[in-house]
Design a protein around this ligand. Structure first.
Ligand code: ATP
Ligand code: MG
Length: 254
């Protein structure tokens, strides 16, 4: 579904990614792990069109993503959340979800041509859908609360709801459990599994919480200094000496 081939990108003199290749299969939960600064978020930023690599290819369901702008990539079905949770703080939770929905809707000009009644109906449908999505993520009771005043765990779920509103086929989650307590992390794990099992989503996940990674991933790739040092099933990865060394060597302790 997603294919990354021989990807390289550097910032100043620093090689953030060097010759990275990955293949993510449809309906897979694929985790990207590695010490701080290994290049994990950079992969997401290249795939979603925010960074332009110096070398390599990125294709999604056959389309060359490097030829597309971020909004075009989103419209083709690639959604994401950010490591530093980014909700629109001044907007209510439901309006945050509606913003995500708009990435999915066709041109407003065309819709306008069908008259006010149809626009109103579409608006009402979008709200109904947003409420259902919030309910699914356990956010029904805060639908009309300003996003900026919500606790972090809620904001993270809200960001996820906003990404889901655009109906992605591939969802990139950058440290979804960051800052969550163990109970919230458990809930998140189940949710991610349901997204795959019930909605058929494909997930590419960056995460430091090893219990989560090892608990739900089909495959794991390990980055260190912008290079892939291991790839395999969670059990193989946990037993790989190069992986253990990369983590201990970094003093990351994750
Ligand atoms: N826009 C940028 N400008 C300059 N350097 C950058 C930029 N983005 C990333 N880098 C550098 O590239 C390297 C990889 O960064 P990246 O954010 O991808 O790491 P990461 O694996 O996501 O780390 P973390 O686990 O801490 O989030 C780091 O050394 C980082 O400082
Ligand atoms: Mg990161």
């Amino acid at each position: 579904m997603l294919s990354v081939e021989d990807l390289s990108i550097s910032f100043g003199g620093l090689d953030a990614l060097s010759g990275l290749s990955l293949e993510v299969t449809e309906r897979e939960i694929f985790a990207l792990i590695g010490p701080n600064g290994a290049g994990k978020s950079t992969v997401f930023n290249v795939v979603t069109g925010l960074y332009r690599p110096s070398r390599g290819r990125v294709t999604f369901r056959g389309d060359d993503l490097l030829a597309l702008a971020p909004h075009e990539i989103a419209r083709r079905g690639v959604g994401r959340t950010f490591q530093n949770t980014e909700v629109f703080r001044q907007l209510t939770a439901i309006d945050n979800v509606l913003v995500g929905r708009h990435a999915h809707l066709r041109s407003g000009v065309l819709r306008g041509a069908f008259g006010l009644a149809s626009v109103r109906r579409e608006e009402a449908e979008a709200r109904e859908l947003a409420r259902r999505l919030l309910a699914r993520l356990g956010l029904a009771e805060v639908a009309d609360t300003e996003a900026g005043s919500l606790p972090l765990g809620y904001q993270k779920r809200l960001e996820l709801a906003r990404a889901l509103a655009a109906e992605p086929r591939l969802l990139l989650l950058d440290e979804p459990a960051g800052g969550l307590n163990p109970t919230e992390t458990q809930t998140l794990m189940k949710l991610i599994q349901r997204l795959r099992d019930e909605s058929g989503l494909t997930l590419l996940l960056v995460e430091h919480d090893m219990e989560l990674v090892m608990g739900i991933s089909d495959r794991v790739a390990v980055l260190d200094y912008g290079r892939k040092i291991a790839e395999g099933k969670p059990r193989e990865i946990a037993a790989d000496p190069a992986v253990v060394e990369a983590y201990l060597g970094s003093g990351d302790g994750a």
